[in-house]
Design a protein around this ligand. Structure first.
Ligand code: ZN
Length: 682
């Protein structure tokens, strides 16, 4: 991924109800910013000393972090502009009476129900009553299965994760899968680390859990005791979970067993009852990873008195739903997850949350309206042309690599040729018409759409893989490579100014979006992607010597980024960010080669005092202009696969002689790695 997907804010606020039930809504407009903006630079900084600050100093000064944001960057700002634009589309849809068009009606009704605060407030936590009653009646761990299944269908993960996934050995086939989960803090390391800040975070989390119990009606003393129980169960599950670095290794995520094996691994859970309640198709083989987690789950189920398991479920039910309930729940959720953990000062206004919920739950309905307005066939053609040029550059680069043998090169080229390019939006849209969406039942809409998505996911078990499927919605400002699909995916939302700017020339566009395309392609060949072959199967296609040379080269990158400080005394965990750092470097080299090829017959001129090469690099840096909060940096140091923005720029250019040449940087300057430290993977 180019950027961490924006966390869906689990939160929020109650404003005065906004009236939108009027016709003649104005046509929404997406604000324009150019892909290279000289006023965003700080030319008083020497580009050879700190290129990021040189390119982004003006942007940082002109763009303080809004109080409702946890960080603020070019991607985040475009995403917020997108939310405003989508709001216009949704208000038009909600105001339209007697809709004939099913899709417009779906998104309009969903958004209207979400914006109806009076209804939401009136419903309070009442919607949880049936499930709370079912939890209260639990007599043994064996009875948990249908309830856990129900909760997972309505609200997503609780206790563990489950669904369909591609078979790691046969990427054309979908199989069933279970994985670790069940925690209320964002990472297992929060439960295990011993430093003062981690201890403080656990203390705050305990208070949050207690508060949720009190909101459910527990007396403070009981709530405190129940919170301690939840913390103890989660800590045991966390200790048995893989770290994020371990999770990057696809072999550690692979453990195909039979259903009979699963019943032996966790005999206290009623697996047949569970899969029956999920209405999952019949299957024999299931991927269960990691086994250590499920072993610990068995211990918890066997040893915890049933009232402890009831407390655990009760908390996760209310915590999982908090964002959709009445204001005390919403506020408590915001206070802990967004304000304390990530540093935002205010909740996002309700409309922003409602637009995001619509995008999440009806993304391919809202996406149709979005692409009609912002993604023309010309834009698709020009970005596809850029993709092809960057793929050609990659082929050329692989052929010329001086450290790789012809045998491995052949495999790498086959993998490159096998990559599918998905640009803008899916060819076939998801059909939500089987789901009941009403204008006065927001929580019910969310539940039914979550259930629809969960069933859609489970129903893939045993089916061939659908290569047309997308893992991001069209308005998303992000892109991804999927190793098992061997495809790159660029939603329409990431192909907008200032990232891809049809009004601008090639230099900043190749530096920026060209680099992103190269980044996603390189993911197919980073330390993780290189473990999958052209078909997306987990198979070693490397000669032993080439593998060793590849690992030496990625280690160069890991060593370089390990030097960088994120916040206070916390350094980058460069084994966590390695894939992204390798992709950043490879991507920009590919973009540069492709740009040179695309403009070889053009007469490129000096503009704004910058040479064409300088404009390529400033265009590159300006995708990453950002301001950050220390709280958020701390959380991301633990959970984000990407390095902080500054190092995603400076860490790349130090390894590119083309950069040093463009700005006449000398050996020994900070933006020039010494010759023996220059990293080059692809
Ligand atoms: Zn990435």
């Amino acid at each position: 991924m180019k950027k961490i997907a924006a966390y869906l804010p689990v939160l929020i606020i109650f404003l005065v109800s906004i009236s939108f039930a009027q016709s003649n809504k104005p046509e929404p407009v997406l604000p324009y910013s150019p892909s290279l903006d000289v006023s965003s630079m700080d030319k008083s900084v020497d580009p050879c000393v700190d290129f990021y600050h040189y390119s982004c100093g003006g942007w940082q000064k002109n763009n303080p972090i809004p109080p409702d944001q946890t960080s603020w960057g070019v991607y985040g700002k475009l995403y917020q502009d997108n939310l405003g634009f989508l709001r216009g589309i949704l208000e038009q849809a909600a105001a339209a009476k007697n809709q004939q068009d099913k899709v417009t009606q779906e998104i309009g009704d969903f958004y209207a129900a979400c914006m109806d605060e009076t209804e939401v407030e009136k419903a309070g936590a009442g919607a949880l009553k049936p499930e709370l009653a079912a939890i209260a009646q639990l007599k043994s761990a064996h009875e948990l299965a249908p309830l856990v299944a129900r909760m997972q269908l309505d609200m997503g993960g609780v206790m563990f994760g489950s669904g369909s996934r591609q078979d790691p050995d046969n990427s054309e086939q979908q199989i069933a899968g279970l994985n670790q989960g069940g925690l209320g803090l964002p990472d297992r390391d929060y439960y295990t680390k011993d430093d003062a800040k981690s201890k403080e975070t656990r203390e705050k989390y305990l208070q949050h859990v207690q508060k949720i119990f009190e909101l459910l009606g527990d007396k403070p003393e009981a709530a405190q005791q129940n919170a301690a129980t939840v913390m103890r169960i989660e800590t045991a599950l966390a200790v048995a979970s893989l770290t994020r670095v371990e999770l990057r290794d696809p072999y550690k995520r692979k453990n195909k067993i039979t259903l009979a094996d699963l019943e032996q691994l966790v005999p206290s859970f009623d697996w047949p009852g569970y899969f029956h309640a999920l209405k999952a198709p019949q299957f024999e083989i299931i991927n269960v990873a990691p086994p250590s987690f499920f072993k610990e789950l068995e211990t918890r189920l066997k040893e915890e008195p049933i009232e402890n398991l009831r407390s655990y479920l009760r908390f996760h039910l209310a915590n999982g739903y908090a964002a959709y309930l009445s204001s005390p729940f919403v506020e408590e959720n915001f206070d802990f997850y967004i304000k304390y953990l990530r540093g935002a000062k205010e909740m996002q206004p309700r409309w922003k949350r409602c637009v995001q919920y619509t995008d999440r739950d009806l993304g391919e309905a809202l996406g149709q309206a979005y692409v009609r307005k912002v993604f023309s066939p010309e834009l698709k053609a020009s970005t596809l042309d850029m993709v092809r040029r960057i793929e050609d550059a990659m082929a050329q680069r692989i052929e010329q690599l001086d450290w790789m043998s012809p045998a491995t090169k052949e495999q790498a080229l086959a993998k490159l040729r096998g990559i599918r390019n998905k640009i803008g939006y899916p060819d076939k849209w998801r059909d939500y018409s089987s789901v009941k969406i009403t204008r006065n039942d927001f929580l019910g809409n969310v539940e039914r759409l979550t259930e629809f998505e969960r069933h859609r996911n489970f129903n893939k078990i045993g089916q061939p893989v659908d290569h047309g499927e997308w893992g991001m919605t069209p308005p998303t400002v992000n892109a991804y490579y999927n190793g098992q699909m061997n495809d790159i995916n660029f939603p329409a939302g990431v192909l907008q100014p200032p990232l891809y700017d049809a009004k601008m020339d090639d230099a900043p566009n190749y530096g920026n979006t060209g680099g992103t395309i190269g980044h996603e392609l390189t993911h197919g060949f980073d330390d993780q992607g290189a473990k999958f072959d052209a078909k997306g199967n987990l198979r070693d296609w490397w000669t032993k010597e080439d593998k060793q040379k590849f690992e030496e080269r990625t280690k160069c990158v890991a060593d370089q980024y390990a030097q960088y400080v994120v916040v206070d005394d916390i350094h980058i965990n460069s084994r966590l960010t390695l894939g992204e750092d390798v992709a950043d470097l490879g991507g920009e080299i590919l973009a540069y080669i492709a740009w040179k090829g695309a403009t070889k017959d053009k007469d490129l001129k000096l503009e704004d005092g910058l040479t064409p090469d300088q404009r390529f690099f400033v265009g590159f840096a300006q995708w990453a202009c950002a301001n950050d909060r220390p709280e958020d940096m701390r959380l991301r140091a633990m959970t984000d696969l990407h390095s902080p923005d500054k190092y995603r720029i400076n860490g790349v250019v130090v390894n590119m002689p083309q950069f040093a040449h463009a700005f006449s940087c000398k050996a020994g300057q900070p933006m020039v790695n010494p010759p023996d430290k220059v990293c080059k993977v692809w």
